[in-house]
Design a binder for this molecule. Structure first.
Ligand code: GTP
Ligand code: MG
Length: 189
């Protein structure tokens, strides 16, 4: 199949987004959480730009999978871009998440060392309210030792009230499980 596992387009407004109606899964999370890195790991090649500078992804980036799209969203909670700019993409993301028809759910990525904050809990509420799929992924587990992982898993699963996938985009630990969850939706990568 042509154009699979490739960047397709970046968009802010619905009129710039794909019109073929194929299913979309949104990758969401705080800036620098590792959204783009996770996409690259799942796909097995560097299709999404990653950066040590938070706020790198400032538009909704669409990547074609086999019959569906990964949508890499701008990270929330990023303070260094201008307020006006933040409002523009914040509004665009909100409109996308609340109105987009092909969107079946999201992957919420957070740094395993952080506590979930208001935005993460809002994502959970969004999925619940819209009756959409949500998988929670804790990234950067390579930064923790075994005892810390056990403690963080307990904590994060209690806060989210659901299983949390523990991954390292550096070592690829846990990536197969996230891939399995996506495959379980009938979506092939
Ligand atoms: N050690 C470690 N570093 C990671 C991991 N995942 C991402 N990083 C690093 O964290 C930084 C941010 O990763 P990105 O994937 O660009 O994060 P993002 O969520 O897409 O960020 P924005 O596009 O700014 O919203 C980069 O320097 C990555 O190399 C991980 O699992 N382990
Ligand atoms: Mg990114």
């Amino acid at each position: 199949m042509a154009n699979v596992r490739q960047f397709v387009t970046s968009a802010l407004y619905a009129k710039e987004m794909p019109t073929d109606g194929k299913i979309e899964l949104a990758f969401m999370g705080r800036s620098n959480a590792g959204k783009s890195s996770l996409i690259n790991r799942l796909v097995g090649s560097k299709i999404a730009h990653t950066s040590g500078t938070p706020g790198r992804t400032q538009r909704l980036n669409f990547f074609a999978m086999k019959g569906w799209y990964i949508v890499d969203l701008p990270g929330f909670g990023y303070a260094k871009v201008s307020k006006a700019q933040r409002e523009i993409f914040g509004q665009a993301v909100e409109t996308y998440l609340t109105t987009r028809q092909p969107l079946i759910g999201g992957i919420l990525i957070q740094d395993v060392r952080r506590e979930p904050e208001e935005e993460e809990l809002m994502v959970k509420k969004w999925a619940y309210d819209r009756n959409l799929y949500l998988a929670v992924v804790a990234s950067k587990v390579d930064k923790l030792n075994q005892a810390e992982r056990i403690e963080r898993r307990k904590r994060l699963e209690a806060v989210y009230g659901t299983e949390v996938y523990f991954v390292s985009n550096r070592t690829a630990e846990g990536i197969a499980e996230v891939k399995g969850a996506i495959l379980g939706l009938g979506l092939a990568i």
